[in-house]
Ligand binder design. Structure first.
Ligand code: SAH
Length: 348
C-alpha cells in the first residue's frame, strides 16, 4: 500500500528520503510543493527530477479532495464545498469571508458518533476518521480553487475533532508548519462536544489555538436530552476540564450555545448558565439553532436571544450572537452531504 505523503512531517520525510538514498533537501522541496503550493500530483513538481518523481509516485500517494459540488451564497458570498474522497466518501467544508480575512470550516471525520440530536451530521452515523492530509486538503483545494489565501481555520465541520485526536493534532502541526502552510495557531479554533479526557490531553500541549466547547445547556437534564455525550461526561466534569485547560494555556474558552425555542432559552437557563461560568476566562457565542429536517427544534426568536444575552452580560459574561452565514446554501454542518447521500438532493 502506498504511503500518505501529505500526512508526513518534514522531519519524517527527510528521514525517509535519506533511507532511500535521496538527498534530504529534496524532502524540503517536496514538502513545499505539497503544503505551500498545494500540489495535488507529483507531475506538478516541476523542479524535481523525473527519476525522483517516479520514485515518489511508486512509493507515495497524495490524498486530495475532489470538488463534487460547490454552492455560493447569494447573501454573503460564502461557498460551501461538497468533496469526494479517494474511497468515494463525501465531506463538507465552507469558505467564509470576514472583515479580518477568509476562514475555512473543515470536517475532521466522515460522519460522527456523538449523536447530538440537533445536528445533521449525527443523523447519518459515523463512517471513518479523516487522515491529517484529508483535513489539510480541504484548505488547499479551496485555496487553489479560489486563489485566496485562507487566514483562519475552524474545526467545526463534520465530525468530532477530539474523537480523531491523533490525526487532528498532526493536522495542526502540519498546517502550522513554517516550512509549509504556516497558518498561525492563534487563527485556529477547535470545537468539541466535550470529550473530557481529551480536553485534559490537549491542555498539556499548551497550543495557542482557541478551544470552543459546545455547551448548549446549563444543566445535565437539558444537555443530556440534546447531547448523549453528556451522559458520559456531565457538565460538572466538563467545566472542571475547561478550568484546567484555561489554567494551563491562559487562553479564553468560547462556549457555543445553540438557542432552541422552549428548550434551553429561558431566563432561568440564562441565570443558571451565568452561575456555571462565573469567574471563568470565557466567552459565550449564542447561535440561533439551524433547523434540521429530522428534528422538531425551532430557533429562539431574536427578542428571546437578546434577553438571554442581556442576562449573561449583566453577570459579566461577554456574549455574541453568531452571524449566520450561508443560510441559503445549507451551510450548517452535514446538511449538504446528507441531502446527497440520502438521495433527497433533487427534491429541494
Ligand atoms: N463535534 C464538534 C464540532 C462540529 S459541530 C462539536 O460538537 O463542537 C460545530 C458546531 O455546530 C457545534 O457547536 C455544534 O453543536 C453546532 N451545531 C450542529 N448542528 C447545529 C444546528 N442544527 N444548529 C446550530 N448549531 C449546530
Amino acid at each position: 500500500m502506498k504511503i500518505d505523503i501529505a500526512s508526513k512531517t518534514l522531519e519524517e520525510l527527510k528521514n525517509e528520503f535519506a533511507e532511500a538514498g535521496e538527498k534530504p533537501f529534496r524532502a524540503g522541496q517536496v514538502f513545499s510543493w505539497l503544503h505551500k503550493k498545494n500540489a495535488t500530483s507529483f507531475e506538478e513538481m516541476s523542479d524535481i527530477s523525473k527519476n525522483l518523481r517516479s520514485f515518489l509516485s511508486e512509493k507515495y500517494i497524495i490524498y486530495s479532495c475532489a470538488i463534487e459540488k460547490k454552492l455560493k451564497s447569494e447573501y454573503d458570498g460564502s461557498i460551501k464545498y461538497l468533496f469526494k474522497l479517494n474511497d468515494g466518501e463525501y465531506i463538507e467544508s465552507v469558505l467564509m469571508k470576514y472583515k479580518y480575512g477568509y476562514t475555512v470550516c473543515v470536517s475532521t471525520q466522515v460522519g460522527c458518533k456523538m449523536g447530538c440530536n440537533f445536528c445533521a451530521t449525527a443523523q447519518g452515523g459515523f463512517q471513518r476518521n479523516l487522515l491529517p492530509s484529508e483535513i489539510l486538503s480541504q484548505i488547499y483545494v479551496i485555496q487553489k480553487d479560489t486563489d485566496i489565501r485562507v487566514s483562519h481555520v475552524v474545526l467545526m465541520g463534520m465530525g468530532e475533532p477530539l474523537d480523531n485526536y491523533e490525526n487532528v493534532l498532526r493536522f495542526l502541526e502540519l498546517v502550522n508548519s513554517p516550512d509549509g502552510n504556516n497558518l498561525s495557531m492563534r487563527n485556529i479554533s477547535l470545537s468539541t462536544c466535550g470529550i473530557v479526557p481529551k480536553i485534559y490531553d490537549l491542555a498539556e500541549k499548551k497550543l495557542q489555538l482557541t478551544l470552543s466547547v459546545s455547551l448548549h445547556a446549563p444543566d445535565d437534564d437539558i444537555r443530556s436530552g440534546m447531547m448523549p455525550v453528556n451522559k458520559a461526561y456531565p457538565i460538572a466534569e466538563l467545566i472542571k476540564a475547561c478550568k484546567y485547560y484555561i489554567k494551563l494555556t491562559s487562553r479564553r474558552i468560547s462556549f457555543e450555545y445553540a438557542m432552541v425555542n422552549g428548550v434551553n432559552d429561558s431566563d432561568e437557563c440564562a441565570n443558571m448558565l451565568s452561575k456555571l461560568l462565573k469567574g471563568m476566562l470565557c466567552h459565550v457565542n449564542l447561535i440561533p439553532v439551524n433547523n434540521v429536517v429530522e428534528n422538531s427544534y425551532s430557533k429562539s426568536s431574536a427578542k428571546r436571544i437578546e434577553a438571554f444575552s442581556r442576562i449573561l452580560e449583566k453577570h459579566g459574561i461577554t456574549t455574541t450572537v453568531r452571524r449566520s452565514l450561508g443560510s441559503d446554501i445549507d451551510a450548517s454542518c452535514g446538511q449538504l452531504r446528507r441531502r446527497v447521500t440520502s438521495g433527497k438532493e433533487e427534491q429541494s
